[in-house]
Design a protein around this ligand. Structure first.
Ligand code: SAM
Length: 249
């Protein structure tokens, strides 16, 4: 029998770098634009934020849209922070999430690229598993992800994965980043797997998810040094997915 793939996880000190709300405004804007038809305001249904960190997105969705939310995250400090904000939060794994049947939309805000395994194939398997956990639920998935479109096919995301997941290349990267800070990455030595738009679209479709909406994020600055990774465009885009086997609207 095939062994389950083990996720390569960031250390607590690396996860701490995500304790900020810099991306929440655009995530909520995209969510409101793309997911409003799938949430019943005033109903008990939950919007679940998988890898929801300190709960900033969940708190904003509840505060602005009046929708109850639940965060699922592995990091204990993040879970404590959510609870301080009055957000329901469960310390659990995105690969085996608790499913209660009260979920309407399940969000993956900037988490899929962290579900990395020892190879590119096993990484895709982990990312697929996180989505698959919701396959038989009557939910829509909202995915907000970093997009790295490349001048050469889908090369940029692959190069970043190869460098960040290799101990040796990451040590070199760390040294270079002392001189060129824009090359700094808190994922050095563990790995991160960004993808191009077309790559994410193929990925979702190939795993049986219909992409019902896609919103392009604003262009982010790419330094000259990072352009050496053939990065043509760097953004945070959002997608809404519906399982092909589900008949819900
Ligand atoms: C880049 S942060 C994103 C935080 C927040 N969603 C945002 O958009 O700013 C990734 C989050 O995913 C969480 N995470 C990583 N792997 C996970 C897993 N297997 N299960 C649950 N949470 C995970 C981390 O603890 C972290 O809070």
């Amino acid at each position: 029998m095939a062994q389950p793939v083990i996720q390569r996880k960031l250390a607590n000190v690396q996860v701490k770098e995500f304790y900020h709300d810099l991306f929440v405004d655009t995530q909520v804007k995209h969510f409101e634009l793309m997911c409003t038809p799938y949430v019943k305001v005033g109903a008990a249904d939950r919007v679940v934020d998988v890898g929801g960190g300190c709960g900033f997105f969940a708190a904003a969705v509840t505060g602005l849209l009046g929708i109850p939310t639940r965060v699922i995250d592995l990091d204990d400090t993040s879970i404590e922070q959510c609870k301080k904000l009055g957000i329901e939060a469960i310390q659990s794994d995105a690969l085996q999430p608790p499913v209660f049947g009260d979920e309407s939309v399940v969000c993956f805000n900037l988490i899929l690229h962290h579900l990395v395994g020892p190879t590119d194939k096993s990484t895709a398997q982990l990312q697929g598993t996180a989505l698959e956990a919701w396959r038989n639920q009557p939910v829509h998935l909202f995915v907000n992800e970093y997009i790295y479109d490349s001048y050469i096919s889908n090369l940029s995301g692959k190069l970043i994965y190869v460098i960040t997941s290799s101990r040796i290349l990451s040590s070199v990267g760390n040294l270079v980043a002392r001189i060129i800070p824009s090359l700094k990455a808190n994922t050095f030595g563990v790995g991160v797997r960004f993808r191009a738009t077309a790559e994410w679209l193929d990925f979702f479709e190939s795993r049986g998810w219909r992409v019902t909406a896609h919103t392009r994020g604003e262009e982010e600055f790419v330094s000259k040094a990072r352009r050496l990774l053939f990065i043509k465009s760097c953004r945070r885009d959002s997608f809404v997915l519906q399982a092909r086997n589900m008949a819900h609207s």
